[in-house]
Design a protein around this ligand. Structure first.
Ligand SMILES: Nc1ncnc2c1ncn2[C@@H]1O[C@H](COP(=O)(O)OP(=O)(O)O)[C@@H](O)[C@H]1O
Ligand SMILES: [Mg+2]
Length: 422
């Protein structure tokens, strides 16, 4: 392991995969004070800024394409100024960090949290990005409390999560807002001096603006940190002026862009780890409710009606329910004469699912309004109201939230429904 010497006052960027060990001196890795001989590991695809506070010697083990080198401006001065202003405010301090994808929201959130932790603040961080969840699992948001400094958000222990049911906040903006606010309330109840909210990168278009403004209103932060290259956030932050002090900062020139594929791979690694020790559990839906979906909330179509419809219209319905304005149907094959059904039942909306295609849909397992685990549907016995779910969670479940993402046997994301599928 080669040893490298660095003089005090400079800033480095370490880009993984690499590991390093401080032999002499004092460094801050993403704001975290590194102990002598402590091993710091930086994964592939991640980079962090390192501030050399005193002349230091560091043992470095570099993986493929990894580097550690001097990088002036890895931490922009606007980051430091914003942090000083935030930490001057009397606690509890609520901070929301917004910015485009890969603008450095997560990096900044952890950096701010480390600095606050170093100064004795009790820090909570809410990870409100269900597509790149690090504290919790993909399709959920979550928060954790700082016990020690960390160089990566995935090292923070989850206190509590909230099920979103999608990796894309635009699929579920209301759940995103409710969940983030609930987690904020919990973090404040735990007497956090500062709560840092790391948001998703959905910023363009009027729907993103509506969502972000509503989120900011409902969180009423003391500070809104806007990481922007040019003026891509102005359409949002100008609407938010009444709800919190805005601090505009620039992205670090060390930030790097990740591909959609890289992001998806990261989520799939998280599924593989989480579901590794799953077993099948069967829930009786007369006792454990599934919520916010269609199935079990309508009036069952009698078998005799299904049989006559199938015969008359050459359909293959195996189960159905009727609502005030919609029809939920489980079919063997998709009908091509949906209009007739719409007219026949006087409904606007028909929710169709192919028999067996519920396999792989991600669900949130809840107990007493708390997210206690995730599961994957293996089968639904529609007539007998039984749902079979693969999950590593073995405790009590009071209700189940259906999600919009479907995984295959290899735990790869293969489909995202545009609304709740059942
Ligand atoms: N100040 C910085 N120094 C070094 N690397 C950075 C810095 N800011 C961001 N990065 C790198 O850029 C990438 C994107 O940053 P990230 O914080 O994950 O962005 P976001 O959360 O906005 O999507 C990551 O690989 C991260 O390690
Ligand atoms: Mg992020």
């Amino acid at each position: 392991m080669p040893t490298m010497d660095f003089e005090k006052g400079i800033t480095l960027v370490a880009s993984g995969p690499l590991s390093l060990r401080l032999r002499r001196g004092l460094i801050l890795a993403l704001g975290k004070k590194v102990e002598l001989n402590e091993e710091i590991v930086i994964r592939e695809g991640k980079s962090i800024p390192i501030e050399v506070i005193e002349d230091s010697s560091i043992d470095v083990k570099l993986g493929q394409n990894a580097f550690i080198e001097k990088f002036e401006g890895a931490i922009p001065s606007s980051w430091k100024n914003a942090i000083e202003e935030v930490l001057k405010h009397p606690p509890p301090i609520k901070v929301v960090v917004i910015g485009d994808v890969d603008s450095g929201k997560t990096t900044f959130s952890v950096y701010l949290s480390n600095i606050a932790h170093n100064r004795g603040f009790k820090v909570a961080i809410i990870d409100a990005d269900p597509g790149q969840a690090e504290i919790s699992l993909p399709n959920t948001i979550g928060y954790g409390l700082f016990k020690n400094g960390v160089i990566s958000m995935d090292k923070i222990q989850l206190e509590e999560g909230f099920f979103i049911g999608s990796t894309t906040p635009s699929d579920a903006p209301i759940r995103m807002m409710i969940g983030t606010r609930k987690l904020m309330d919990k973090a404040l109840l735990q007497k956090a001096d500062i709560v840092v909210v790391n948001t998703c990168g959905w910023i363009s278009g009027y729907r993103a603006r509506e969502y972000k403004c509503a989120l900011i209103q409902i969180l009423s932060p003391n500070f809104l940190i806007a990481i922007q290259k040019e003026n891509e956030l102005e359409h949002i932050i100008r609407c938010c002026e009444p709800y919190g002090k805005i601090l505009r900062i620039t992205p670090s020139s060390a930030s790097r862009v990740r591909s959609r594929e890289e992001r998806k791979n990261k989520r799939e690694d998280a599924y593989s780890k989480y579901f590794a020790n799953s077993r099948e559990r069967i829930f009786d839906l007369n006792k454990v409710r599934i919520i916010c979906n269609c199935y079990t909330y309508g009036r069952e179509l009698p078998n005799s009606l299904i049989e006559s419809l199938n015969k008359e219209l050459s359909l293959s319905i195996i189960y159905g329910e009727l609502y005030s304005n919609s029809l939920f149907l489980v079919v063997k094959e998709e009908p091509n004469n949906i209009e007739i059904l719409r007219e026949r039942f006087g409904v606007n909306d028909i929710i169709l699912i192919n028999e067996g295609s519920e396999r792989g849909i991600i669900v949130g397992l809840m107990n007493d309004d708390k997210l206690v685990g995730l599961g994957l549907v293996s089968k639904i016995d529609y007539w007998n109201r039984r749902i079979s779910i693969q999950t590593p969670y073995s405790g009590e479940v009071s209700h189940i939230c259906i999600g919009q993402v479907k995984l295959n046997e290899e735990l790869r994301e293969i489909l995202k429904y545009y609304r709740l599928p059942i």
